[in-house]
Write a protein that binds this ligand. Structure first.
Ligand SMILES: [Zn+2]
Length: 421
């Protein structure tokens, strides 16, 4: 199961661009004015070039500095909306160099870094933003989010409580806050000495033995390499937070049924001890880790631009075989019925998840069969192209058409052929 989180998109608002100024030398003024024109036409690249030239002619001019910063930040905002966070970070960095006390630039940079998974740097810039403009609620909320992802729940709560006190209408934040409180209750008894590997931080209750912990870390590192390579060389900066539980602790944190084997909600959460207090088998733990780690990589690649069936199907495909047993089960499910329409499988809510267990099993099986077919029949190269197409396209079916020359109807037909063979 996968749940992604969207960071508030930082809207920069409209800027005031002053153009004509008598103190300019005429060339710098001319370049500035043309830069402003380009900015107003939303041609930020051109605006940045012109304004940079203007600034090099007149390096102390505050108006040009201000205009250039605005152009850089507006362009960064566009790049951020396209999930090009590294480009966005570079752009906003230039604005910070022009004015190190630019509040919005620090806030923007913090948000982009957070999205890029670079937590420590994100925290630094968001703390700076809060210092420059205390009381700006979005900054406090984001800083709380960064602390939370860094597993510093107490500091996260402090920020979020402040925001909710002033603006209680932030519903989503309230939900996140409540969840953090539940985690704090369950996880406060966990071992505070975190286990670490190169890319992961592990938090766990004391019942979890050293043996399991080191096994989990070694499997995580293997997943990091294997899945990263399969998906074209995707290696998140991390550290990625991983929390182990027993089944009861897990269900009180995530509030989902006990059939759920793990969650990725920005942190990987996996129960490794069953209700009888026994450790799960190595095989099962590995399967769960691989499944959830696929979600980490998919999130890194596509953020929210991923259809549910692809995300879950890929997690299943890379964590277990689509065996004859799966094939027979899916065959029995669809006997005399149709597959679930792929449009329905693009978004699955929590409510759907628990409305019908049978339907959910079918949804997972069908997604598994689908991705397994795309991967094994057409190969890795096509699949990676498909991921790129999903980034570009608004509609997943269009991306499917671009790369596989299939629409959802023919995709269904292909899957039916596989299972009836
Ligand atoms: Zn999943």
């Amino acid at each position: 199961m996968h749940k992604y989180r969207t960071i508030l998109s930082i809207l920069i608002g409209s800027f005031l661009l002053l153009s004509a100024l008598k103190t300019f030398c005429s060339d710098a003024m001319d370049l500035n004015n043309r830069g402003v024109e380009a900015y107003n036409l939303k041609d930020y690249k051109k605006a940045i070039t012109l304004l940079s030239d203007a600034l090099s002619m007149s390096p102390d001019n505050e108006v040009i500095k201000n205009n250039l910063s605005n152009a850089l930040q507006a362009f960064a905002d566009e790049e951020g909306k396209r999930n090009n966070f590294n480009t966005a970070i570079d752009l906003v960095d230039k604005a910070i160099k022009i004015n190190p006390n630019n509040f919005f630039a620090h806030l923007q940079k913090g948000a982009f870094l957070l999205n890029a998974g670079r937590l420590i740097e994100a925290i630094r810039h968001l703390e700076m933003a809060v210092k420059l403009k205390p009381g700006f609620l979005d900054a406090h909320e984001l800083l709380g989010e960064a602390y939370y992802r860094d597993n510093d729940i107490l500091s996260a709560r402090t920020q979020w409580e402040y925001v909710l006190q002033i603006d209680p209408s932030r519903k989503q934040l309230k939900e996140r806050y409540d969840k953090a409180c539940r985690e704090e209750v369950v996880e406060s008894s966990f071992n505070k000495t975190i286990s670490q590997s190169r890319h992961f931080n592990l938090t766990y209750p004391k019942e979890i033995t050293y043996q399991i912990r080191s096994y989990v870390l070694s499997v995580l590192e293997r997943a990091y390499l294997e899945i990263g390579r399969k998906l074209g060389g995707v290696f998140p900066a991390g550290p990625i937070q991983v929390i182990l539980y027993d089944v009861q602790q897990f269900s009180s944190v995530v509030q989902m049924g006990q059939t759920v084997g793990g969650v990725y909600d920005g942190k990987i959460r996996i129960p490794v001890i069953n209700e009888k207090g026994e450790n799960l088998s190595d095989e099962e733990i590995k399967r769960r880790i691989y499944h959830e780690y696929v979600h980490v990589v998919v999130f890194e690649l596509l953020k929210d631009k991923v259809p549910w069936w692809l995300n879950e199907g890929l997690a299943e495909t890379f964590s277990k075989e689509f065996s004859n047993r799966e094939k027979t089960m899916l065959e029995q499910f669809v006997n005399n019925r149709e597959l679930i329409p792929y449009n329905t499988l693009e978004k699955i809510s929590m409510k759907d998840m628990f409305a019908s267990e049978t339907k959910m099993s079918l949804a997972y099986l069908q997604s598994h069969a689908t991705v397994n077919m795309l991967w094994s029949k057409y190969g890795q190269g096509r699949f990676l192209n498909f991921i790129q197409a999903l980034k570009r396209r608004e509609n997943p079916e269009d991306a499917l058409r671009d790369i596989y020359h299939l629409d959802y109807t023919s995709l269904s037909r292909g899957v039916m052929q596989v299972i009836q063979r």
